[in-house]
Design a protein around this ligand. Structure first.
Ligand SMILES: [Zn+2]
Length: 87
């Protein structure tokens, strides 16, 4: 699943959700998939800016994705285009 829960604002992964039983891995509150956290928000955005150079609109998509859950990035892109009209 493709979920962006903490793209900005200093959110921490543990606040997003967790499985009730051990081993208490943080999980997506929408689909239950495991969440992954970047070590550095600064590094995350630096990588996003680099990707944006060859994929214009990527950063806007990532910002729009915050708090949403999709089965894939391509499914997210379809929903993004339907809602915003931006391709
Ligand atoms: Zn999810």
């Amino acid at each position: 699943m493709f979920t962006v829960l903490a793209a900005s604002g200093g959110d921490i992964i543990e606040k997003a959700g967790a499985i009730k039983s051990p081993p208490h891995f943080p999980c997506c509150p929408f689909c239950g998939s495991l969440l992954f956290q970047h070590d550095s928000e600064k590094a995350f955005w630096a990588g996003s800016k680099e990707y944006e150079e060859t994929h214009p609109g990527y950063i806007a998509l990532i910002k729009w994705l915050k708090g949403k859950c999709f089965k894939s990035i391509s499914e997210a892109a379809v929903a993004y285009e339907a809602e915003t009209g931006i391709h």
